[in-house]
Design a protein around this ligand. Structure first.
Ligand code: HPA
Ligand SMILES: [Zn+2]
Length: 340
């Protein structure tokens, strides 16, 4: 499809990405290259065969293949190269700041030391800032299908690195693993000075969103789609200016929504929620952040002004300091004025 004026406009907007699993940015080509570099066999013959396996009807279908794919990541340079490949693509989408998730348990449980993961990701982050001026922060996610003890053990490993982490998060299989399971771990993380975020309301019910607010004391809500089923909860999220990191193409691929034309982003903006646009696991869901912006633009249900709001929200919802946020928000206004 030929790009429209709106496509060009949304692509050029300065933006932050706040919901990106770095392991989910592992493209099939890079997976094959790392498998070869590390002498690992993968159960797919070609890149095309692997891509063809990316057909999911729910979150768990995706998670099974995503954890398998991460097995090619072994050495510090693998994590650095993974991060750099993401940042190169993000910079091309005019991402100026990214707050990226990583899943240490996916690696430590395979015998890859926590420090190897950290050093590799931090090297990629530093190189991306030098190369593109793209700043970034790290969010350590606990796998919610594992138990509380395992999360505490992971937080212990993170102690020497606490100054290099912005926040803790909660991801993996949502239904059956409510936020309350991790209330004590999140309390400890908060005491360590870390911000707190959690995936909630992707597949789980509105009550999981409420638990994330009341028991995990989250600073940001990842997904949050199903909060819309509860009007009082929506009013509270709006009143508390809670940022929602929404992932349209992910929602489509994981059948959280039937069609982008009925995606709740319109309803979220109408309700005054501080929603943002993000790519989640771009290598698996068919696109990076600008692909998500363009997919929303193609619905015809969002205006230029809505996209300006979404871009500003991405900075307002970030964990940057107030002066830096103000500078980025002004850059969005300047871009919009120049494009008028
Ligand atoms: O979309 C997601 N949901 C839950 N866990 C995840 N881990 C990576 N991506 C996701
Ligand atoms: Zn996610």
């Amino acid at each position: 499809m030929a790009p429209t004026d709106l496509d060009t406009f949304v692509a050029g907007l300065p933006k932050a990405e706040l919901h990106l699993h770095i392991e989910g940015s592992l493209e099939p080509e890079q997976m094959f290259a790392l498998a070869q570099r590390n002498g690992i066999a993968i159960p797919f013959g070609t890149v095309e065969e692997l891509r063809a396996a990316y057909s999911f009807s729910r979150l768990q279908d995706f998670l099974d293949i995503y954890y398998q794919g991460a097995d090619v990541l072994r050495a510090e340079d693998d994590f650095r190269d993974l991060a750099l490949a993401y940042f190169d693509r993000a910079a091309a989408d005019n991402v100026r700041h990214a707050e990226i998730f990583f899943d240490p348990q996916t690696h430590t449980d395979r015998g890859v030391p926590f420090d190897v993961v950290m050093r590799g990701l931090l090297a990629g982050m530093a190189e991306a800032e030098g190369r593109h001026g793209l700043t970034s922060k790290l969010i350590l996610c606990f796998l919610r299908h594992l138990d509380e003890d395992a999360a505490f053990a992971t937080l212990k490993m993170a102690e020497p690195w606490v100054d290099r982490l912005a926040a803790v998060g909660l991801d993996s299989s949502e239904v059956g693993h409510p936020p309350e399971k991790f209330a004590r771990v999140f309390e400890r993380a908060g005491a360590m000075g870390l911000k707190r975020v959690a995936h909630a309301g992707e597949e789980g019910p509105p009550d999981y969103v409420r638990q994330a607010l009341d028991l995990l004391h989250i600073d940001r809500l990842d997904h949050g789609n199903r909060a819309l089923e509860d009007a009082a909860l929506v009013a509270r999220l709006a009143r508390e200016k809670m940022t929602l990191t929404v992932c349209p193409l992910s929602n489509l691929k994981l059948c959280v929504v039937d069609h982008l034309d009925t995606h709740p982003m319109r309803a979220m903006l109408d309700a005054g929620l501080r929603a943002t646009v993000n790519s989640d696991d771009p290598a698996y869901f068919g696109g990076y952040v600008n692909d998500n912006f363009r997919a929303l633009a193609a619905t015809g249900r969002l205006s230029r002004a809505d996209f300006v709001t979404l871009a500003k929200n991405s900075f307002l919802g970030s964990f940057l300091d107030d002066a830096t946020i103000a500078r980025h928000v002004a850059s969005v206004d300047a871009y919009a004025a120049a494009s008028a």
